[in-house]
Design a protein around this ligand. Structure first.
Ligand code: ATP
Length: 454
């Protein structure tokens, strides 16, 4: 891949806010990014960090709240004429054949029918769909459908190919295969488009494909770090240089968590684990986000660390548990929040508390968890306190949910409640009756120990 200094896309100080029930939500803040001709850039970040929002701003599908996006020096004022999109969900029209789906992009650009057909057939051929021209999407496997998605985007010969998690709906082997082919086609010049931006939450995918990896911070999304990937294609995932880059990105992503949370509590700059715990202690109980980790996965992580002598690399943990980034980081955050483990550079290290937790029998582990959750999980603490203040010993979960929705989106609010219920139930701090939608104080008499923590 030959990268030139010609800027194709120029994102300048872009901020994007959305109106939500709880007021304005700033998703992107002060993002500045240039994509040069011939380079492949990967945009990596946690779930909700604003990757897709930035991609949609670049595609011109949504306008920034402030700042500008330019294509070849011209400020966008609507759809970006130099880009085409590949979506995670394929977004094919089920009533059209493969050929007709691929022709669609050209039709929108007013290309004559006979030219359309010829170009669509060429794109279908290039992407390995020969023989499937007359098939309907439902006849195709996921991998073949995504090939149609690629052909439809590439047929318009965009200057920049924009991809939003294009492989994440595919199984591991299929995505590996398609990614590999894409790299080959890029390297040997088969593809008409040589510049791309790919949104992904898969670190290895980013390092396998990209010349440059841009890491987005969360809440709000800002550029946290940029790494140049100076390895020849095709890249060997097992090479020490590749693994070192994976480790580096894990370090960046786990190191970032404390900053926004500490800022919420007004104690920015405090050391990582101290600041998260302190933020949790002082934050408004409703708006402090609990990491979406189940008690089962948390226990599994702490046990794995204990088995490995107390320390293990984050990339190795993800490999061992077959976790994607979005699965692993919330569990690491939860372990950190509950002071069971602490990230150190590219590794995760168990704490003394974590060792005790891993060694405890179920009853003691639950007791310990209850104490830790009362100390460190504001939403759990809030539910327990509300329950103790009602005479009936029960509160409606949907009332808590309504409050959460004022601070988080609908999906995130539900996830917050689900996590708090899982944690509260596991620690036997409260019960939840799904039939009546009520949270209840535990029925057994020995639920006193959490008093100590409150
Ligand atoms: N139209 C919208 N209205 C309100 N909030 C929105 C809108 N679009 C996105 N958001 C919010 O912006 C935040 C960032 O979303 P975005 O999809 O850009 O993140 P992402 O990094 O791509 O996440 P993921 O990896 O989970 O897809 C989320 O909290 C999302 O709920």
């Amino acid at each position: 891949m030959t990268t030139t200094n010609t800027a194709l896309i120029d994102v300048r100080d872009v901020t994007k806010s959305f109106a939500t029930d709880g007021g304005e939500k700033t998703v992107l803040s002060g993002v500045t990014l240039t994509i040069h001709q011939g380079e492949i850039v990967a945009l990596l970040g946690r779930s909700g960090s604003g990757k897709s929002t930035l991609l949609r701003c670049i595609a011109g599908l949504i306008a920034p709240t402030s700042g500008t996006v330019s294509f070849k020096g011209g400020e966008l004022n609507g759809a970006n004429p130099g880009t085409a999109l590949v979506f995670q969900s394929f977004a094919l029209l089920p009533w059209l054949t493969v050929l007709e789906n691929v022709e669609l992009g050209l039709e929108a650009k007013g290309v004559r029918p006979e030219v359309r057909r010829e170009r669509a057939l060429r794109a279908i051929d290039q992407i390995g769909l020969d023989g499937f021209e007359s098939a309907y999407p439902k006849e195709l496997s996921g991998g073949m459908r995504q090939r149609v998605g690629f052909a439809r985007a590439l047929v318009v010969e965009p200057d920049v190919l924009l991809m939003d998690e294009p492989f994440s709906a595919l199984d591991v082997l299929t995505s590996e295969n398609l990614r590999g082919e894409l790299v080959r086609m890029w390297s040997d010049g088969t593809l008409p488009t040589r510049t791309a931006l790919i949104v992904t939450h898969n670190i290895e995918e980013a390092i396998q494909l990209a010349d440059r990896v841009v890491v987005l911070d969360s809440n709000p999304g800002r550029i946290k770090a940029e790494l140049t990937v100076d390895l020849p294609q095709p890249r060997d995932r097992r090479s020490p240089a590749f693994e070192a880059l994976v480790d580096e990105v894990y370090g960046i992503l786990t190191g970032q968590q404390a900053e926004p949370r500490a800022a919420v509590a007004g104690i920015a700059g405090a050391p990582v684990d101290v600041s998260i715990a302190a933020a949790a202690a002082t934050a408004n109980e409703i708006d402090f986000p609990l990491p979406a980790a189940s008690t089962g996965s948390l226990g599994g992580l702490v046990e794995l660390l204990a088995e490995r002598g107390g320390t293990e690399g984050l990339a190795e943990i993800a490999d061992e548990l077959r976790y994607e980034l979005d699965d692993l980081l919330p569990v690491v955050d939860a372990a950190q929040l509950l002071k069971l483990a602490r990230p150190q550079g590219t590794e995760l290290r168990i704490t003394e508390q974590g060792r005790r937790y891993a060694a405890a029998d179920l009853l003691r582990a639950k007791e310990q968890f209850a104490t830790l959750a009362m100390e460190a999980a504001p939403l759990v603490r809030r539910i327990v306190r509300d329950l103790r203040h009602t005479t009936s010993g029960a509160i409606r979960a949907d009332e808590i949910l309504a409050e959460l929705k004022a601070h988080f989106g609908d999906d995130d609010a539900q996830q917050q409640l689900d996590t708090a219920i899982d944690w509260g139930r596991y620690g036997e701090l409260f019960e939840y009756d799904a039939d009546t939608g009520r949270l209840l104080l535990p029925t057994h008499p020995d639920a006193e120990q959490e008093e100590r923590a409150s």
